[in-house]
Ligand binder design. Structure first.
Ligand code: 13P
Length: 249
């Protein structure tokens, strides 16, 4: 099973959702691929109504409490209520531009999982960290936060935790990381998740994934899927990537 998850970031509107819905088949054409789309929060309800059921709608961020005095935040309970099935936590843009740290990312992931949402924790190093030879340490620190939080990865609710390796330097650059770089980091994450959580969590890759490079990414045994930014703004782009994921499953 591979996951192909689009992330519209702060883009799109109802017109794009309509175009998207009209470009998708009524039934899932790939039994071995799960397609998801993370849209901006005000579009979540419309996305659930307008997209076919087999497309999982998700949020780009989530709070850890079910309700309370947290202006501007979105509770996992509310996400469930509008029909969301997953939430992203710790995206590098949240970390770099909005001051979210490892602890917040981990709490957000835990909030999603407790509520029965699939949680996707994003990890990844900056260019400077890679050039300094610190990429593996940075990712270890980001995952250790989850291990140290003392909150068990409570997957008994039927929730599912995924890790997305998104090297910051590859995001929006038009140039994905090389397959050998992705494979090495995926293996590192696999070893760490076994050590920290006693299980090998599925690891996606994100950063300039497109129809052109999807095949070589999915050819890596370690890639459980892809988190796709700009290519997901075009329904055909996401369909091409999902078709590659299925072809190489
Ligand atoms: P791009 O595919 O636009 O590089 O974005 C990747 C990303 O950040 C997905 O979460």
């Amino acid at each position: 099973m591979r996951h192909v998850i689009g992330n519209w970031k702060m883009n799109g509107g109802e017109a794009l959702l309509r175009e998207f819905a009209s470009g998708l088949p009524g039934e899932c054409p790939w039994p071995d691929v799960r397609l998801g789309l993370a849209v901006p929060a005000p579009l979540l309800g419309a996305a659930v109504r307008m997209l076919p059921d087999w497309v999982r709608v998700g949020a780009q961020n989530v709070h850890w409490e079910e309700a309370g005095a947290f202006t501007g935040e979105i509770s996992p309970a509310l996400l469930r209520e509008v029909g969301c099935r997953f939430a992203i936590a710790g995206h590098s843009e949240r970390r770099a531009l909005f001051g979210e740290d490892d602890a917040a990312a981990v709490r957000r992931l835990s909030g999603a999982l407790r509520s029965g949402l699939t949680g996707i924790l994003c990890v990844g190093e900056s260019r400077r960290e890679r050039e300094a030879g610190r990429a593996e340490d940075v990712v270890e620190r980001q995952l250790r936060g989850l291990a140290d939080a003392g909150e068990p990865l409570d997957l008994e609710t039927g929730a599912e935790a995924l890790i997305a390796y998104e090297p910051v330097w590859a995001i929006g650059s038009g140039e994905a990381a090389r397959p050998d770089q992705i494979a090495a980091m995926h293996e590192h994450i696999g070893r760490l998740s076994l050590r920290f959580f006693g299980t090998v969590l599925p690891v996606l890759y994100g950063g300039s994934v497109s129809g052109d490079n999807a095949a070589e990414i999915f050819a890596l045994n370690s890639a459980a899927g892809a988190l796709v930014g700009s290519a997901s703004l075009d329904v055909r782009g996401l369909i091409n990537i999902a078709s590659e994921a299925s072809r190489i499953a």
